[in-house]
Design a protein around this ligand. Structure first.
Ligand code: GTP
Ligand code: MG
Length: 772
């Protein structure tokens, strides 16, 4: 015990650094001791469905998956309550583990927990003197080693970012600076000089953008009408084997390895109904992994989220299959697949029944073996049935004219399931389809829905819904209205409808005519709900319940005794040729005035809050900058520093320093601020400010108007010249200046009564200057 304690406590910093130099995880081979910390009791203990031996086995196969790692030994080491402790185990168990490591000559340790904290990594490194790995490190390394496509590589880079982000603080700490290998953070991030957090944010943005671009390309090549079936499950359950067996894809290569598939691949297959579907083979799930590691595979998992059918494959030969099922369901939930969707679209399939020593009980799930092919017939029929159920597709026979554009569309979207039988100019097709949306294009721009409906008359019974889209006039001269009609199938009435209105000339109320053409809509998806039943705006017709309105009504009732404007006054006003301002004023209703005043009050309160916040901030900054001072190793408070500075400047921080009658600088500042606040709160000043803004706006609009009408403003040179001429005519002598500015030719014309008032006012400047 004593020997061990010494090892732990006196591991010198020099030795520490030497060991670190050899911890680089890149291009090195490791002999790994795998330890599974089995939580014995408490809330952190493992699910009863999970067996510690098999969890250890899984960890060993994860390690052995990597080309530069080999598990030299493995053991289960119990721990109480949870694995959150700094050194995970207590001293006794740690001592046993150190001995085991030395015995096995292991050069690395893998602790079978989801992710170790930087503090745990540092502490365990100090104790074991070898690099410490967790599940996250191992799985990420597997991803990096086996990713084949660009998409997978981008997703892996994205998955790594949250891990680095959670270690920024530790990387910046003095204790760990230069020892980044302990944290398994690559050099490029450690050596980064600037703001690492900002850099990571930009990197994430960049990666997401690249992924989006890749996804867009993929969408272009995707067939819009094809149903997809995604195969999900725990890693190594046999997903790739199942897809290979169902589709016969030669390029799929099932391997007895965890995370053999990292890139989603999709493969076509024809179901017994004739419908062609895409089977997507996906990345496997694993227990005890940080969720960001899997959720970064967003693009891959999108195939699962939007699949029409999900096959959940379980390896029934694995004794832990129940726990694995739980992990898969939890992961699906965390990536956004709702329980309801799982209930409707999921088929449970148990694989590897050939390996089972027991006969699986009959249940809702399908029992298959990808090796022997057992149970495939039933499974295929079930998939077919489920696809038809979720996509609401039907097999129908339709007749089409050879020249109809729909023929090409049906082929392009792979709706045709049998070759057509020709009957003269008519082709008989068997198609798999759901509802068909057609569009009546090129309707005249001013035509209304009622007018179109009047012309069409009664819809055939196969029409499920319709939607009118009025013309967007901004597209002139190509502004056309259109009408979308959803038929339940490619029925005779659809073709009759097409025959009747293809080339029909519609005329709107303004006499504009346009020839309509009928097409199958490019996007076949349509609103599942009836537009009339759609949720109305909750605010509609509720003005009387609004608190604003109630407040206003109350105020209005209070002032009702004094009518705001009588009818006679109104008539009088109307008769008078008022100027624009008065006319505008007349537009004010009591409600408008009320709202206007409320707004002014709100603005003033906001301004007041801003000023207060600003004042507080500036004092805090001053205090902070002063607060860093130290004197003889003793910290001095910010306030103390300010007091001292004042004293030094002889401003007078204490009462004794103040000069009599002279206010302190702080008081002056306060007064200044108060004045500023008052100014901003003064409604008269606010009004003036608004006027100034209005004048500025007016000038701007005038300028814009001149620009729009091609009128050029007077060039600055001409203005300058005019100013020069004026200067010459009226040189700026004191006499002239006064004469121009203050002596009107006709007294009343220029300044009116004001002038007389100012002349007679004893305080007036004018009088003073004339006296002088
Ligand atoms: N005995 C037996 N082995 C099977 C069966 N299905 C698949 N396997 C084997 O199980 C191993 C894993 O198969 P994969 O199809 O690669 O499994 P996966 O789910 O795609 O695995 P990951 O892509 O790694 O998640 C392979 O060695 C297969 O040969 C089966 O029904 N019986
Ligand atoms: Mg696979």
């Amino acid at each position: 015990m004593l020997r061990f304690r010494q090892t732990v406590r006196f591991f010198s910093s020099a030795e520490f650094a030497t060991n670190l130099a050899s911890t680089s995880t890149v291009n090195k081979s490791w002999q790994v001791l795998v330890v599974h910390p089995k939580v014995r009791w408490g809330s952190g203990s493992a699910s009863i469905l999970k067996n510690a031996d098999r969890q250890l086995e899984e960890a060993v196969s994860l390690v052995n998956n990597l080309s530069n790692m080999i598990a030299v030994d493995s053991l289960i080491m119990p721990v109480d309550y949870n694995t959150k402790r700094k050194s995970i185990w207590a001293t006794g168990n740690l001592e046993k583990l150190v001995e085991k490591r030395e015995e096995a000559r292991a050069t690395a340790l893998m602790v079978n927990v989801d992710v170790l904290s930087p503090m745990q990594q540092e502490e365990l490194f100090r104790i074991f003197e070898v690099p410490i790995f967790d599940r996250y490190n191992i799985v990420l390394s597997i991803f990096k080693e086996y990713a084949m496509t660009e998409e997978a590589r981008l997703q892996i880079a994205l998955a790594e970012l949250p891990y680095i982000r959670s270690r920024i603080q530790s990387l910046n700490s003095k204790r760990l600076s230069g020892k980044s290998e302990i944290l398994h953070v690559s050099e490029q991030y450690v050596e980064y000089d600037g703001d690492l957090a900002e850099n990571l944010r930009k990197k994430e943005q960049e990666l997401r953008k690249q992924l989006r671009e890749l996804k867009d390309d993929e969408h272009i090549s995707q067939d819009s009408g094809t149903a997809t079936v995604a195969v999900v499950g725990y890693t190594n359950a046999g997903k790739t084997s199942l897809v290979k067996k169902l589709t016969g894809a030669a390029n799929l290569d099932p391997k007895d390895r965890l995370f053999a598939t990292l890139d989603t691949t999709r493969h076509f297959a024809k179901l017994p109904s004739g419908r062609r579907v895409l089977f997507a083979d996906t990345i496997g799930f694993l227990s005890d992994l940080p969720i960001h590691l899997i959720s970064a595979f967003e693009a891959t998992l999108a195939h699962v989220k939007f699949a029409d059918v999900i096959i959940h494959l379980r390896d029934i030969s694995n004794p832990d299959w129940k726990a694995q099922e739980e992990d898969v369901i939890n992961t699906l939930k965390s990536i956004g697949v709702e329980e309801e969707i799982m209930g409707k679209r999921m088929i449970m399939v148990d694989n590897k029944i050939d390996k089972c020593s027991f006969v699986p009980l009959p249940s809702e799930s399908f029992h298959i073996s990808c090796k022997t092919g057992n149970g495939f017939q039933e499974l295929i029929l079930k998939i077919d049935e489920k696809v038809i159920e979720t996509t609401k597709c039907k097999r129908i026979r339709i007749k089409l004219d050879v020249r109809s554009p729909i023929v090409e569309w049906l082929y392009r979207n792979q709706f045709v399931i049998t070759e057509p039988i020709a009957d003269g100019n008519i082709l008989n097709f068997d198609v798999m389809t759901e509802n068909v949306k057609i569009v009546m294009r090129h309707l005249p721009r001013f035509i209304t829905e009622t007018e179109v409906l009047q012309i069409i008359g009664e819809f055939p019974p196969e029409v499920l819904s319709y939607y009118f889209s009025p013309a967007d006039i901004s597209f002139e001269p190509l502004a056309f209205a259109s009408m979308y009609i959803v038929f339940s199938s490619f029925c005779d009435s659809l073709f009759e409808f097409e025959k009747r209105f293809e080339g029909y000339i519609f005329v709107d109320s303004k006499g504009i005519d346009s020839m309509c053409n009928i097409e199958v809509a490019t996007y076949q998806s349509h609103a599942k709900c009836n537009r009339d039943e759609m949720k109305k705006d909750s605010k509609c017709g509720k003005i009387t319940e609004e608190s604003y309105f109630k407040k206003f009504m109350k105020k209005l009732e209070e002032t009702e005794s004094t009518p705001i404007i009588t009818l006679e006054q109104q008539i009088l006003r109307l008769g008078r040729g008022d100027d624009a301002k008065t006319q505008l004023e007349r537009l004010d209703t009591p409600l408008v005035k009320f709202i206007y005043n409320e707004q002014i009050e709100k603005q003033q309160a906001k301004l007041y809050r801003n000023i207060q916040r600003e004042a507080k901030r500036s004092t805090r900054i001053a205090m902070d900058s002063a607060g860093t001072s130290e004197e003889n190793g003793r910290r001095i408070s910010g306030a103390a520093v300010i007091r001292r500075e004042r004293k030094a400047e002889n401003i007078g921080s204490g009462r004794g320093d103040e000069k009599k009658g002279e206010p302190r600088i702080r008081d002056k500042e306060k007064e200044k601020e108060k004045k500023k606040e008052k100014k901003l709160l003064d409604p008269v000043k606010l009004e003036k400010k608004r006027e100034r803004d209005a004048i500025r706006k007016q000038k701007f609009l005038e300028k814009k108007w001149m620009n729009d009408h091609g009128i050029k403003p007077t060039p600055p040179e001409v203005l300058k010249e005019a100013r020069e001429v004026k200067k010459k005519e009226y040189p700026k002598t004191s006499r002239n200046y006064r004469a121009i500015r203050e002596t009107p030719k006709n007294l009343g014309d220029h300044v009116g009564e004001d002038w007389i008032k100012r002349l007679t006012d004893p305080k007036s400047n004018l009088r003073k200057s004339s006296e002088s």
